[in-house]
Design a binder for this molecule. Structure first.
Ligand SMILES: *[C@@H]1O[C@H](CO)[C@@H](O)[C@H](O)[C@H]1NC(C)=O
Ligand SMILES: *[C@@H]1O[C@H](CO)[C@@H](O)[C@H](O)[C@H]1NC(C)=O
Ligand SMILES: *[C@@H]1O[C@H](CO)[C@@H](O)[C@H](O)[C@H]1NC(C)=O
Length: 153
């Protein structure tokens, strides 16, 4: 079976992993295991992040990234990401792709694996290269993902 379609897209993830520990996510971590930074190895967060059209957080909402972030680096901070990027507007409305990869969040140009998808992303194989536009001390971040996906539909 040959790939039918090569999709490239830039998506913007507006994430609030650390402040959200207190607000909209459920923190699955043993609280004994974390301190005020919330970044310790073993931390696990259920997230529901916005996907927007541009890096301005008030730009159009085109979907949500839902899933898990787990703090998986003992020597440097990084997250294992198991997320479904679900589109709710635009060309990919109703379609989603899944990312499963380690994310060395402090680095630029971090590459992650896209392992599958639904709808227009059915049978997806691909990768994402992420760069942070901005992040602050409380862990709120705006991150761009350049995603390249091969599909068979
Ligand atoms: C909190 O985490 C920081 C960063 O990993 C570490 O330097 C600090 O020692 C920790 N504090 C406590 C009380 O565990
Ligand atoms: C971090 O950025 C977010 C979103 O821009 C903002 O809501 C939050 O107040 C900021 N926190 C700090 C400590 O600067
Ligand atoms: C996405 O790729 C374009 C073209 O290479 C580049 O100009 C842009 O900076 C990249 N964006 C991010 C967030 O990495």
């Amino acid at each position: 079976m040959d790939p039918q379609n090569l999709i490239t897209l830039l998506i913007i993830l507006v994430s609030n992993i650390f402040t959200c520990v207190q607000s909209q996510t459920s923190d699955l971590t043993s609280w004994a295991n974390r301190n005020e930074t919330g970044k310790e190895f073993g931390g696990l967060w259920m997230v529901d992040d916005q996907l927007t059209e541009g890096p301005d957080p008030s730009s159009k909402l085109i979907g949500r990234a839902r899933g898990l972030y787990g703090s998986a680096g003992q020597t440097d901070f990084g997250l294992i990401m198991a997320l479904s990027y679900v589109f709710t507007d635009g060309v990919y409305d109703g379609s989603s792709f899944s990312l499963l990869s380690f994310n060395p969040v402090m680095k630029s140009g971090r590459e992650m694996a896209v392992v599958g998808g639904t709808g227009l992303f059915r049978l997806a194989r691909g990768y994402a290269v992420a760069n942070t536009y901005q992040a602050n001390a409380s862990g709120d971040a705006i991150v761009g993902y350049n995603v390249t996906i091969v599909t068979y539909v």
